[in-house]
Design a protein around this ligand. Structure first.
Ligand SMILES: [Zn+2]
Length: 124
């Protein structure tokens, strides 16, 4: 019989597994004992989360009144705004420079979200 936690760390990437566990903590608190049918999360592209992997991890960590809750992952594109020319660039890769003028003086507008947006509970 293999050690379950050893098996776990080989099977699941720690990043997604840790995120799935923090989703579980947040949802358990929000649900207050109600049976949860679906969990909707917003994840920014800069988080570099692999959605199918996160969903796999979720199906492993969910338990109790979350035991049958589906996880729906809404990926938010990464957008930066340039401090030099004020234009916005939607990032195709995690390279943080302005697509208009090439400046690296940029701020992340969206893409670093990791939010439990809503949950659907039984009988609601
Ligand atoms: Zn610019």
């Amino acid at each position: 019989m293999p050690c379950p936690s050893h098996n776990l760390c080989l099977t699941f990437p720690m990043h997604e597994l840790a995120l799935a566990r923090s989703i579980e903590r947040i949802v358990l608190r929000a649900a207050g004992g109600r049976v949860v049918k679906q969990v909707n999360v917003d994840v920014g592209a800069l988080r570099q989360v692999v959605a199918p992997t996160l969903i796999n991890c979720w199906s492993f960590v969910r338990s109790g009144n979350l035991g049958s809750a589906e996880l729906s992952v809404n990926l938010i594109p990464a957008v930066i705004s340039c401090k030099a020319c004020l234009s916005k660039t939607r990032l195709q890769s995690p390279a943080l420079y302005c697509g208009t003028c090439g400046s690296r003086e940029v701020a992340v507008t969206s893409g670093d979200e990791f939010v439990v947006a809503s949950i659907d509970v039984e009988g609601a």
